[in-house]
Write a protein that binds this ligand. Structure first.
Ligand code: PGA
Length: 254
């Protein structure tokens, strides 16, 4: 596929896979994806598996991501993970503001923005998620919701930080439901988000930022979605838990 932005496909394993299961899965991915050079591949296991997975992917073409990050550093923050802990494990990416965290942990745009700034200050690349619910789509306020989340979650990032940031449009109604946004629906929102980025950071920055689509991506729909002009990759949940499915998505996206 001919695109100036390099595609990035990330597997979000969510709260799945024990350490030994994660080791088994990533070993299969390393074997089956060894020859892929055309795009960036990222896996985001749970924290408990990062250490062993990190050792395994070190010499491979697979990069490591985490699923969350504290908005602070080391200290008395029970249950939190500080950036330095991830850096020592060669973690490069961190998913922030996933709709499940917004819903169940009540994460706000302001918190996501603080975490994104913390990530950048520590050489981690945030994958910042946003997306509307079904009710919001049906009420015709998708753009309003997406713009508010994008502006709020990126607040305070410098131009250099913005260029490095990866965005992920994930319509909540398409996550884990088997309902994918049509490629036209997804493209429409992606193009809109790029307009918002242009108004915030100017066109040359906006053109460089990678925007992933997420929500029931699988082998059979990846090519069509990622073939859209403003869709620069995928954030994959369910289909990233099985090596065959994840490999199929990647092979179909090249
Ligand atoms: P899904 O999840 O692929 O299972 O829909 C995507 C995500 O939540 O990142």
């Amino acid at each position: 596929m001919d695109k100036t932005r390099r595609l990035i496909i990330a597997g979000n394993w969510k709260s799945n896979k024990t350490n030994s299961e994660a080791v088994a899965l990533v070993s299969e991915l390393i074997r089956d994806l060894a020859n892929v050079k055309e795009l960036d591949i990222v896996v985001c296991p749970p924290f408990t598996a990062l250490s062993d997975v990190s050792r395994l992917v070190l010499e491979s073409n697979i990069r490591l991501g985490a699923q969350n990050l504290s908005d602070a550093g080391y200290g008395a923050f029970t249950g939190e993970i500080a950036p330095g802990m991830l850096r020592e494990l060669s973690v490069r990416y961190v998913i922030l503001g996933h709709s499940e965290r917004r819903q169940f942990q009540k994460e706000t745009d302001a918190q996501v923005a603080r975490k994104a700034a913390n990530a950048h200050s520590n050489n981690l690349i945030p994958i910042v998620c946003f997306g509307e619910t079904l009710a919001e789509r049906e009420a015709g306020i998708t753009e309003q919701i997406v713009e508010t989340q994008v502006r709020g979650s990126l607040a305070g990032l410098s131009v250099e930080q913005m260029e490095m940031t990866v965005l992920a449009y994930e319509p909540v109604w398409a996550i884990g439901t088997g309902k994918t946004a049509s490629s036209a629906q997804a493209q429409e929102v992606h193009a809109f988000v790029r307009q918002v980025l242009t108004s915030l950071y100017g066109e040359s920055v906006s053109r460089r930022v990678r925007i992933q689509y997420g929500g029931s991506v699988k082998g059979s729909n990846a090519r069509e979605l990622l073939g859209q002009p403003d869709i620069d990759g995928a954030l994959v949940g369910g289909a990233s838990l099985d090596s065959k499915n994840f490999v199929e998505i990647i092979k179909n996206s090249i």
